[in-house]
Design a protein around this ligand. Sequence first.
Ligand code: GAR
Length: 210
Amino acid sequence: TKRIVILVSGNGSNAQAIIDQCEQGKINGEVVAVVSNKASAFALKRAQAHHIEAVCIPHQDFVSREAFDAFLLHKVQEFRPDLVVLAGFMRILSPAFVDALSTKLLNIHPSLLPKYPGLNTHQRAIENGDTEHGSSVHFVTAELDGGPVVLQSKVAIHPHDTAQTLAQRLAQTEWQIYPRVVEWFCDGRLVFDGKHLSFDGSEVPIGGVN
Ligand code: GAR
């Protein structure tokens, strides 16, 4: 059973999907901690409800990003994770943090990467007149939202969509794809060596497993 630490900043619906599938035995893993940079994150309550250790590390208590990241890394390492999952964690992580965990650090980003790295992805897709949108599960590298994509979900953009309606529709697809990728990682099917990504022993093409 793999040890999973989830980093969050908010609601935690993706964390919930992963916790549920671990508890149901669909993922060969156990969520051993949920760590938030925000005390108000509902994700911490979700963790407590499942008797999972809930840790808050307020980033504003630190003098610099590097100081926060160093403390966060130390805290995360204390849980001896096999996998670290970013699930709505809304802080950019410094290279020192990413390098220390790079073969076992996953993120979900709400766009069809390489489109729309960064923030406000739903609004940007609508304003560009895109007809489809999606989310990408990827390994994290030092480049922002730039690591190799494992799996993407897609939804149609409807004529009357707002950023909010689109985000809600997309969220449901995230709860499908993120637990799948975590399952593959925990089963040893998905391996990232920091440069190359492979699935069942074959290199994964750019754009992910399909
Ligand atoms: C998710 O939609 C995720 O894709 C996005 O935040 C949401 C978190 O929802 N992540 C980012 O924007 C990362 N830059 P959740 O807290 O309910 O899982």
